[in-house]
Design a protein around this ligand. Sequence first.
Ligand code: PLP
Length: 406
Amino acid sequence: MLKLDFHPAGRHFLQIPGPSPVPDRILRAMSYPTIDHRGPEFGELGLKVLDGIKKIFKTQQPVVIYPASGTGAWEAALSNTLSPGDAVLMYETGHFATLWKKMAENLGLKPEFLGLPGIEGWRRGVQPQMIEERLRADTQHTIKAVCVVHNETSTGVTSDIAAVRHAIDAAGHPALLLVDTISGLACADYRHDEWGVDVTVSGSQKGLMLPPGISFNAISPKAMAASKHAKLPRSFWDWTEIVEMNKTGYWPYTPNTNLLYGLSEALEMILGEGLDNVFARHERLAEATRRAVRAWGLEIQCADPAVYSPVLTGVVMPDGVDADAVRKLIYERFDMSLGTGLGKLKGRMFRIGHLGDCNDLMLLATLAGCEMGLRLAGVSLKESGLPAAMEWLSQPTKASGLKAAA
Ligand code: PLP
């Protein structure tokens, strides 16, 4: 919180899984004066970010940028492609998948929620064979879209999107594939075109290292064709006019100019580091975190190592320990914010974000803050997690995010 009468020494540690810390370079870029969004300078900026963002989604197709949080882009994906009463197959990976389903209901769609029973589904990724079986049974093709979350931010579990595509194809089903990678983009590999995704939804405040406030729809030709017949009411979210005006770098309404300055800077930073290096850096920090958690003797929320999230790690508390009380203590004592347990996991676990502008020493300080806080909260730990994390991080690597790294 911004305390105007008191400034704690040093920097706050914002280790929630988004919004992630905004690098100074991006903050400075956003401080440039706001310009005329119909003037020539703006057109250049518009074209630059609209082109650059395609490289992050790995697509040649249009990517629409909304001045809205990720929730807006969720609504845009549904309302542009579907009609009232359409059946939609959604998969329960956690809290955010549940919220997207609730939105589908609110919009007048008929979502069906697939998933593993109880909390098990919140510990594993999407099971593509369940999607394939359900689609095979839908011989009338009443299901119009399959919706999945690529990186479930409430649990720290990813899902194999290529395998979901494969499942839809194996069932010979024409449903659209809509994917939320709000927290996965620019942290984990993502391939909109290659994986045959029809609409990819993302947001600014995670891997892109920007403040909240802009969000995205990457749109396949099949999704664009579906939008011509989709009957859900929409106006602000409608792709047609936006995509048309974006061709010259402009928007049909007032875009989020200063956030677009920030996006331009973020693209330079991410593409300058190289996407593969960015992904490797995230994987490396995530592995260091898991090694520390294991050394503590605590459980990781994700139960399947094949789908560990490179973005965040969910740390399950022993029975009887309130995760939110531990978080509160860490916040008050060490000025560090950790992610709360959401939905079914409220009070059961906290989430360590290690995404975006994060390096080895920032992560080690984060883990030290967690460890000291856990001890202060009376949680008995098997051993310190720091040596395990340090040993992992001091191995030779090219993925530290530093140019000169060995
Ligand atoms: N989907 C996922 C996976 C998220 O992590 C979030 C936010 O954290 C959302 C959707 C909602 O996005 P927003 O809060 O930007 O509206």
